[in-house]
Design a protein. Structure first.
Lengths: 314, 487
């Protein structure tokens, strides 16, 4: 009898391991399912995206032939005070709406994760506002935020507080829109709810055995287990909010005093009111770079607070 | 009644909506004057609807959806063009942006035109106002514009200089009865460039003083007339302002803002001041002493509470005059149909009062142009020649009450129509006496100027900046923009 060690089975480097028939079939199905989106993207989006990059190096009104101007649009952007105002407003809105929205929708999800009678009805009620169309919501909130007769100021008046001119005073206009964004917290709430229901119960049991109280269970089990979902909502929510346009366009049109002039509205005005497609394209590409940078930062920082089940933390 | 209005009216009735709610809903839906009248009538309100002509057509044609009789306003005096009719059947497309009710009138015109020109098929494209510019900017980029396109004064110069249209002088020269002198002088200004005419205006209306007669009667105040000046306007506005809260009555509906391209003729010229130098708009004069004095003079109305605040304006849909809370308002004559349909009180029109140095009001309008993409320019000209003739303007804008035709010869038809308010003569006189001026911001830099100036002025409205500081800041913001007009 020899003491020879069994030869380990290794796959040569740089070669995909062979997959069986079932896996190959699944891989084919995967590509088939994403094919419609890819075709749509290639046909309708990719060309426009690439074209806009080229247009950003031109002076083009869309009404006549473009004229190549090199990086003039990008250097103009650096000196454009309205660019900084619009970007600042969008970042303000993004941070405010996503930050507040995350807290509110997470707390809502916690509440709606209880086993009480009528819970389906409550979940539906909280989710419904997020499916109402943007313009209808905007008009509704114009009335809710009215300085004299709106619901919010009427409520504050019960406590002797004179509410501000929410949409008409420059310092309150953006906070009004951030407050309004909570209306659609139901969308994220549903995602958090799904996440909460997949937290393994044995972790709570183990925590109870260790003597954890409610808050400790929340902080040491719920939040870490939900951290990937929170990260997802933060990234997706921020990308969506920084591109916000419809609500602002309907409610304030960027006013008063450019207090709510968001980046998307600035791009729209530059392109379709001022007929400056080249500059608008440059603005759009700068927005893309900013979003990518912020997303990279989010992913980088996520290493320190996002926990995936099975991870070992040092 | 149109089937859409009828369905909406039934739904609103069933839900027990109040008159105020109906008006608000209708305005937010962008319904035209006649649609609003139908809605309110169906919800149990009394609205003066345009009476049908006596002896209406009894032919067995299917009933048109339009509230206008197809033959009403057809004088039959259509011009005979020197341009030949097409020998083969061809199609031309026309880009419009009418409300749903008036588009039916458009289709009536097109039907009659096609009867007179059997080889020409007219395809009318009607696009909502909010989408119009995006749609046709994209069409221009794709060289796919219709043969004829509606163009508003505010973007006319930009699009003309971009080469979107063909000059019409050669066509006009061929016609022996086109008569450019028939057009009011201000109406042609926005469509002229480089010594040529690129569009034919269909309307050009002055800013008028609309006033609520019942509020004047209640205050024992005489109605505005030609003896009024701006001091009188200001004094009466303050006098008519009364009350607090949701029932407050405001003496005047609006104040000047440098964010408004139409501001200067009404609020600055009467005091000898200017916004930008006209016509080249290459010098900003808004922070000169006379302009500062004029703007401060107007702001006194705000400090006296005679003007709705931005928060007040949130309470009602625009325009708010027809809700009966505003005694006087400056509006273009195109505001007459919705005011007619929506107001439940007696009202009339007066000329904008004179100032110490001049008697002026803005005038503005829109036109139709033949685009560079047209493959049927002759047929397009045949259409434009009739559409914008005296007969065409009478048919489309005079007989239907839209008002302000650009041709002086079409005005008698409007003044004599059942839709014209009692003071309509003031509108015509404002144009014929030179009170209406087209010295408004209509250069390509106009939108950028108002976008830069408006937010700064918002701080004055919010009480966070003085008039002088704001105007100095506006000068600093606007001057670099208009530098390109100096080239």
């Amino acid at each position: 009898m020899t003491n020879a060690q069994p030869t380990p089975i290794t796959t040569p480097p740089n070669r995909k391991p062979k997959i069986g028939g079932m896996a190959r079939k699944e891989e084919r199905s995967f590509y088939l399912f994403i094919l419609p989106w890819i075709i749509g993207f290639l046909l309708f989006d990719a060309g426009a995206i690439i074209a806009s990059f080229g247009i950003s190096f031109t002076n083009w009104s869309a009404l006549s032939a473009p004229a190549y101007v090199g990086t003039l649009n990008y250097s103009r952007l650096i000196a454009d005070s309205v660019f900084y105002k619009a970007m600042g407003n969008s970042l303000y809105y993004g941070l405010g709406s996503v930050g507040l929205g995350t807290i509110v929708s997470f707390l809502l999800a916690l509440l709606l994760n209880q086993n009480v009678w009528g819970m389906s009805l409550f979940r539906t009620i909280f989710y419904l506002p997020s499916v109402v169309s943007g313009i209808a919501v905007a008009i509704l909130w114009i009335m809710i935020l009215h300085q004299d007769f709106g619901l919010i100021n009427s409520f504050l008046a019960w406590f002797g507080i004179k509410g501000p001119g929410w949409l008409v005073q420059p310092q309150w206009a953006m906070p009004s829109l951030i407050l309004m964004s909570l209306w659609s917290a139901g969308g994220s709430m549903v995602i958090y709810l799904a996440g909460l229901q997949s937290v393994p119960t044995h972790l709570y049991e183990a925590a109870e055995i260790d003597g954890a109280d409610t808050f400790q269970k929340f902080w040491t089990v719920t939040v870490p287990m939900m951290s990937p979902v929170i990260l997802y909502n933060l990234i997706v929510g921020f990308i969506a909010s920084i591109q916000g346009f419809v609500t602002v366009y309907v409610m304030t049109n960027g006013g008063p005093a450019n207090a709510t002039l968001v980046y998307g509205l600035y791009i729209y005005r530059t392109a379709f009111i001022n007929f400056q497609m080249g500059y608008a394209s440059a603005l759009a590409w700068v927005l893309l770079v900013v979003i990518i940078l912020i997303t990279v930062v989010q992913f980088t920082v996520a290493r320190y607070w996002v926990y995936y089940e099975g991870d070992l933390k040092s | 009644m149109g089937k859409h209005e009828e369905a909406l009216a039934q739904e609103l009735q069933r839900k027990g909506f109040s008159r105020r709610d109906v008006l608000r809903i209708g305005l937010r839906l962008g319904l035209g004057a006649a649609s609003m009248g139908m809605l309110l009538a169906a919800c149990g309100q009394t609205v003066s609807e345009p009476a049908k002509d006596a002896g209406g057509d009894a032919a067995a044609e299917p009933a048109s959806e339009s509230i206008f009789d197809i033959t009403a306003g057809d004088t039959g005096a259509w011009p005979k063009s020197a341009v030949a009719e097409p020998g083969d059947k061809i199609e031309i497309s026309v880009g419009h942006t009418w409300d749903a009710v008036f588009f039916e009138r458009q289709l009536q015109f097109d039907k009659l035109f096609m009867q007179r020109h059997p080889n020409i098929t007219v395809k009318a494209e009607n696009t909502p106002w909010g989408e119009y510019r995006q749609k046709y900017t994209a069409a221009a980029a794709g060289n796919a514009m219709p043969d004829i396109l509606y163009t508003q004064f505010s973007w006319a110069q930009e699009t003309i200089r971009s080469g979107l249209y063909i000059a019409l002088d050669d066509y006009i020269a061929k016609e022996k009865d086109f008569n450019l002198a028939d057009f009011t002088k201000p109406s042609l200004v926005s469509y002229q460039y480089d010594g040529k005419l690129w569009g034919i205006p269909y309307d050009e209306g002055p800013g008028n003083l609309y006033y609520n007669k019942e509020l004047f009667d209640a205050a024992g105040e005489a109605y505005p007339d030609d003896s009024w000046d701006l001091e009188k306007l200001k004094a009466v506005a303050i006098k008519l302002t009364k009350g607090e809260g949701p029932n407050k009555i405001f003496g005047l509906g609006e104040l000047p803002s440098p964010g408004d391209s139409l501001m200067a003729p009404n609020y600055l010229f009467p005091f000898g001041a200017q916004y930008l130098s006209e016509p080249k708009e290459d010098e900003c004069l808004i922070n000169k002493p006379d302009a500062v004095t004029a703007m401060e003079w107007w702001e006194e109305l705000r400090t006296k509470g005679a003007i709705p605040s931005p928060a007040d304006l949130q309470n009602v849909a625009w325009p708010s005059f027809q809700f009966g809370k505003i005694a006087m308002t400056l509006q273009g004559s195109w505001a007459t149909p919705p005011i007619q349909a929506g107001s439940k009180f007696k009202w009339d029109i007066a000329k904008w009062p004179k100032g110490p140095k001049a008697h002026t009001t803005f005038s503005a309008g829109s036109a139709y142009m033949i685009t560079r993409d047209s493959k049927q320019t002759d047929a397009a000209w045949l259409y434009m020649n009739e559409y914008l003739s005296t007969a065409g303007q009478t048919y489309m804008w005079a007989s239907t009450g839209r008002g302000s035709p650009s041709r002086l010869s079409a005005w008698p038809a409007y003044l004599g129509s059942k839709f014209a308010p009692a003071g309509a003569k003031n509108v015509e006189e404002a144009m014929s006496q030179g009170i209406g001026t087209h010295d408004i911001l209509d250069q390509p830099t106009g939108p950028r100027v108002t976008q830069a100036a408006g937010p700064i002025w918002d701080l004055v409205v919010a009480g966070q900046k003085s008039v002088k500081d704001a105007l100095d800041e506006i000068f600093a913001a606007v001057d670099p923009i208009i530098a390109e007009n100096r080239k």
